[in-house]
Design a protein around this ligand. Structure first.
Ligand code: DGY
Length: 320
């Protein structure tokens, strides 16, 4: 009888996920909330047939070389693939599994929560109370803006963007959207028009060479002076320094960021701005969602390495 295939898990995953990994595979587990140091990862992956990892683990030629020829499947607990050199991995015949769809609602909810936190000054109010500054209810005290009636511009109208648009609609917002190409669907407008006319601009695009710094100083300058930028996609889609300057100088009204270009570092210019809400990459961070994402990874590992089940969450072509 063949032994259980060796699998490396690079992070502490939800308990049911860990248990399933341990029962199906000869598991090497970095049972920690912090990422594996790169040199440790390169050593630990040697001889593995499968690896389950997170967006903090870069999958490139160096890692694939270190893994050796036995590696058959890389399962990432993310829908984003920007940390994986997809062509290099696929060229070696290694399958890539990821976790689309299951996180749509959680991520869209977070985008809406962060948007409301800016519009209604929730984080700012929380800070005010905690610093012990005196306050009292007054007709003109800390007035924000109601989401209802505002235009919600969704940049990227894929799986998560569509759910965010649906939630925005339920708040009474007028939803417009744009995608990679113009298809004329209801509510679709061109990127330039969306940028110039939206009160809230919510980013839902993957990070690719085309979308890196998509939102830079030129685009920010064309937004409405009260516009709020929401980013729950990938940090590098936004030029953080340009954003900090735009908010500081009143070019736009505020921002809500769940993701950062150099996570966990945050552009220092953003830290002192009251009308910026900063969230530590919590888009998919609900117990149910993270467990479901983990289980999808195990499904894929079992399908490839044990011929078990009917997982379909594999990347079929670069980025899809
Ligand atoms: C993703 O799925 O890409 C998220 O950013 C990780 O939770």
């Amino acid at each position: 009888m063949r032994g259980r295939p060796p699998v490396l898990a690079t992070r502490r995953f939800a308990a049911p996920v860990r248990e399933r990994l341990a029962s199906s595979f000869a598991l090497v587990h970095h049972d920690d909330d912090a990422p594996m140091p790169r040199d440790q990862l390169l050593r630990a992956i040697d001889g593995m047939q499968g690896v389950m990892l997170t967006p903090a683990d870069r999958v490139d030629d160096a890692l694939l070389d270190a893994a050796g020829s036995r590696l058959e499947v890389v399962a990432t607990i993310s829908v984003g693939l920007d940390h994986i050199d997809v062509p290099a991995t696929q060229r070696r015949g290694i399958r890539i599994a990821y976790t689309p769809d299951v996180l749509n609602r959680a991520t869209a909810e977070l985008a809406i929560a962060a948007m409301l936190a800016v519009l209604r000054r929730v984080a700012e109010g929380d800070r005010l109370i905690r610093t012990g500054r005196p306050w009292r209810l007054a007709p003109e005290f800390m007035l924000g803006r109601s989401a209802s009636g505002l235009r919600f511009g969704c940049v990227g109208y894929g799986r998560i963007g569509r759910v965010a648009a649906h939630l925005a609609c339920a708040l009474g917002m007028e939803v417009v959207h744009c995608g990679r190409t113009f298809t004329g669907r209801p509510g679709e407008i061109r990127f330039d028009e969306l940028i110039a006319t939206s009160d809230v601009i919510s980013i839902h695009v993957p990070l690719t060479p085309e979308t890196r710094h998509l939102i830079g100083s030129d685009v920010l300058a064309r937004m409405k002076p009260e516009a709020v930028l929401v980013n729950t996609s990938r940090g590098a889609v936004v030029d953080e320094q340009a954003l900090a300057a735009a908010v500081r100088d009143g070019i736009i009204g505020g921002a809500a960021l769940d993701v950062f270009e150099h996570e966990p570092e945050v552009e220092p210019g953003l830290l002192g701005l009251e009308n910026v809400v900063l969230v530590p990459h919590l888009g998919s961070a609900t117990r149910e969602t993270r467990t479901a994402m983990g289980m999808m990874c195990v499904d894929a590992l079992e399908a490839v390495l044990l011929g078990r089940g009917d997982a379909t969450n594999f990347v079929t072509a670069a980025g899809s």
